[in-house]
Design a protein around this ligand. Structure first.
Ligand code: GLU
Length: 344
């Protein structure tokens, strides 16, 4: 082969390489591990949106009256990679109240302030096997809330955030969520008013925990702050960035700010894996292998540790209280991109 023939061959070879890496979902790096391509993620996120956008199954939560009024058609998916790439489909701007997903961030704040052992010993890291707002679960476990993602543990976590008063406690919790999102999140007054006037069960939970000596502040004050944290608005984009902060070992990949000590991230993800999706957490983990947290507002945040996060918003819920479309879209993305952490 002459010099020009060799050049032609090399150019052809380079072109094949570029074409292949652009269209493939994955490239294989030298160690044989899958490396995700942005094009591949875009394609799969779009497919997930198209596949489920007309799925109207499920029903908005209505035990908090304002939630029943939220537009059930909102459906947005945002993937944020560990290095800050944002890939979106659908309505990623419309917000819903964060509800239970806020529990992840308050638990993170408590860990940051008191350490991982404190969270485990004071609140717990076990599934209750009972509904998220169960009172009997506390009695059955000697006054322990069991974990920070059931209401008991979440209200307790709120009470343990160091603050001189309720105002400071709320400000710290809100600021922490804003840091995770890299954005000043809006407060949903309508949802707050609706819930704060109807949260007697949560008040009862806080009083029982107080009777067991488990609360770090006045129980009713903590319940009010907890209700506020549940009323913060998030869209799919916010959830994607918040999750990506955990995928990126505690550093927000967009703002570069460290929000949680890296050593605490796996602990928090472990609780998400065991108790993130109410009474369906086991089935979810079986399907996806991924730590996640849902909220009755219709949000779902899933973390693929060390890689990326998937934030989805769609208000209609299944019988467990998890967003139907958010679960379907997330499972689709995880399967198509081979993201199950147990399969790495
Ligand atoms: N604020 C809600 C409650 O306490 C949170 C419910 C949820 O998303 O699980 O009932």
């Amino acid at each position: 082969m002459g010099a020009s023939g060799r050049r032609g061959f090399l150019a052809f070879f380079a072109m094949v390489l570029v074409l292949f890496s652009g269209s493939a979902l994955f490239a294989r790096d030298v160690s044989g591990l899958h490396t995700l391509s942005e094009t591949g993620i875009k394609q799969v996120v779009k497919e997930a949106y198209e596949k489920f956008k007309n799925d109207n199954s499920g029903k908005n939560a209505d035990y908090i009256k304002a939630l029943a009024k939220v537009d059930p058609k909102i459906f947005g998916i945002t993937v944020v990679t560990r290095d800050g790439k944002v890939i979106e489909a659908g309505d990623t701007k419309s917000a819903v109240s964060i509800q239970s997903i806020s529990k992840v961030f308050t638990a993170s704040l408590v860990m940051q302030e008191h350490g991982a052992k404190f969270l485990q010993e004071k609140i717990g890291a076990n599934a209750t096997g009972l509904p998220f707002n169960s009172i009997i679960a506390i009695e059955l476990h000697d006054g322990s809330a069991s974990n920070p993602f059931v209401n008991a543990g979440a209200i307790q976590a709120t009470s343990w955030v160091r603050a001189k008063d309720s105002k400071e406690r709320w400000a710290k919790i809100k600021k922490n969520m804003d840091d995770y999102a890299g954005n000043e999140l809006a407060f949903n007054e309508e949802v707050y008013i609706s819930e704060v006037n109807d949260n007697k069960r949560n008040q009862a939970i806080s009083k029982i925990l107080d009777a067991y000596g488990r609360m770090g502040s006045d129980p009713l004050e903590a319940t009010t702050v907890y209700t506020k944290q549940c009323s913060v608005n998030v869209n799919a984009h916010d959830l994607g960035v918040m999750g990506a902060t955990l995928a990126n070992h505690g550093v927000n990949p967009i703002t570069g700010k460290r929000v949680l000590k890296a050593a605490y991230v796996p602990k928090l993800l472990a609780v998400m894996a065991t108790a993130g999706l109410y009474d369906n957490a086991g089935d979810w983990l079986y399907e996806t292998g991924a730590p996640a947290k849902s909220g009755v507002g219709g949000g779902l945040l899933t973390v693929i540790p060390g890689k990326l996060a998937i934030g989805v918003v769609s208000p209609p819920l299944d019988k467990y209280g998890n967003s139907v479309r958010a679960q379907k879209a997330t499972i689709y993305i995880i399967e198509k991109l081979g993201l199950n952490p147990y399969a790495q």
